[in-house]
Design a protein around this ligand. Structure first.
Ligand SMILES: Cc1cc2nc3c(=O)[nH]c(=O)nc-3n(C[C@H](O)[C@H](O)[C@H](O)COP(=O)(O)OP(=O)(O)OC[C@H]3O[C@@H](n4cnc5c(N)ncnc54)[C@H](O)[C@@H]3O)c2cc1C
Length: 396
């Protein structure tokens, strides 16, 4: 962005970068590509293609496999990829959360071992935060990590672990000091998911799909060198993990893409246009557009804040609430519009970026869009953040 109090243009270099990304997408997301991979959630082959181009971790320093670009190029890359429906699920958590945390808090050895392999799309991470007794209240985690010489011995149960079944490592929040106050006795560990004592059990979602898992750890031995940051200071390491890539631009661009498809359907024939004759229906589509536009500009602002060394918080909560609830409203609207046909009409072109996930119909996306309001901090928690941190209201 140019300097100045309010100037919403991207720089010429950033626009040129956007063009490069669009070209890359046109060359790689071909009809043949989709014929081969359509409907799959995790497509490591695509992660590696983008990794070879140097773009997966475009904002990382070159020594760690990035291009040394700014938060803006990172955001532009993600926006274009989501707008095109490109598969990002395989590398997303490693690139957006784990890698930046290792850059900030990891040892030199961890940086050498993990960063280049993340930036090339070679390895995938799952996020091991939630447990049966710890979700919104993450500091209640009870997965135990007991030191034994040069190793930690882990015992515990993680829940809702996205992508654990195709990931190589778990970014695990563990309790290393059970006697310390809740936030103090926590440490971050990198756990190889093929280690002895790890078992992964699928949890099927409401559409019968396998995306999340339970991960059980029974006397799992992890080298002490896999501790990230200081022992018992993991709460603070993980807090920054959750702070990386906060703009939510991929979700918003995905929603924009679904909205375009929906509007295309609504305008496609005289018969479908006639059904738009209800003013309330048009108004609801207009409301969705307001939510999309506002969240998009807020996402740009979040990126600008990060690039300026500021710490966004309630702005992120607003974009998350707006985009996820608009996604659900769009699905409901299209069901109302199409009637029973909504259960046969695809809401996207089976790319993982579509509201309800790959291959679902408008009807199924009503259900498929629900988890987005729960994952990554539920919308109730986001509203608490806006009220307390944004407005200074008492916690109650
Ligand atoms: C699709 C999906 C993918 C996920 N992927 C991962 C993953 O990869 N790794 C991982 O670790 N976790 C993952 N999660 C878990 C997710 O982070 C938790 O579900 C979420 O944080 C809520 O925690 P909980 O399910 O334990 O619910 P709880 O915390 O028990 O909350 C239950 C209900 O109470 C509300 N609530 C709780 N506290 C408050 C409060 N203080 N004020 C107001 N309302 C409150 C919540 O909003 C919710 O509606 C995923 C979840 C989903 C749905």
């Amino acid at each position: 962005m140019r300097e100045g109090p309010i100037d919403f243009r991207f720089s010429d270099e950033q626009e040129a970068f956007r063009d490069d990304v669009k070209r890359f997408i046109a060359e790689t997301l071909t009809e043949e590509f989709w014929q081969q991979y359509r409907g799959r959630e995790s497509i490591p082959e695509y992660s590696r293609l983008a990794g070879e181009r140097g773009w997966l971790a475009v904002a990382w320093p070159e020594e760690f496999g990035g291009e040394g670009f700014s938060y803006f190029e990172q955001m532009i890359y993600m926006e274009e990829m989501a707008e095109a429906g490109a598969p990002q699920e395989h590398h997303r958590r490693a690139v957006q959360q784990v890698g930046p945390s290792i850059i900030l808090s990891g040892t030199d050895e961890q940086k050498r071992e993990f960063l280049p392999r993340i930036a090339s799309g070679e390895i995938a991470f799952a996020m091991g935060l939630s447990e049966p007794g710890a979700g919104s209240d993450l500091a209640a985690v009870s997965t135990a990590a007991r030191r034994d010489g040069d190793e930690f011995v882990l015992n515990g149960h993680k829940l809702f672990t996205s992508g654990a079944h195709y990931s190589d490592y778990l970014w695990a929040v563990t309790r290393t000091d059970p006697d310390a106050p809740k936030h103090r006795g926590i440490s971050m560990m990198i756990v190889p998911l093929d280690a002895s004592g790890v078992s992964i059990r699928p949890l099927l979602d409401m559409l019968g799909r396998h995306h999340i898992n339970e991960v059980f750890m029974e006397d799992v031995r992890v080298p002490a060198s896999n501790l990230v940051g200081e022992e018992n200071r993991g709460w603070y390491v993980n807090a920054t993990t959750m702070d990386f890539e906060r703009s939510g631009i991929a979700r918003i661009a995905g929603l924009r893409r679904s909205r375009s498809r929906a509007v295309g359907e609504l305008r496609s024939t005289p018969e479908t246009q006639q059904r738009l004759g209800y003013p309330a229906r048009r108004a609801r589509i207009a409301d969705l557009t307001i939510a999309i536009e506002v969240s998009q500009w807020l996402a740009y602002r979040v990126t600008w804040m990060q690039a300026s060394g500021l710490m966004p918080n309630y702005e992120v909560s607003i974009t998350k609430i707006l985009a996820t609830e608009a996604g659900q409203a769009l699905s409901r609207e299209m069901v109302g519009y199409h009637g029973p046909r909504a259960w046969t009409l695809p809401q996207g072109d089976t790319s993982p970026a579509d509201i309800g996930g790959p291959g679902v119909t408008w009807g199924a996306s009503v259900v498929g869009g629900i988890p987005a309001t729960i994952a990554q901090g539920s919308n109730e928690i986001q509203r608490n953040v806006i009220a307390t941190r944004g407005l200074g209201l008492p916690r109650g």
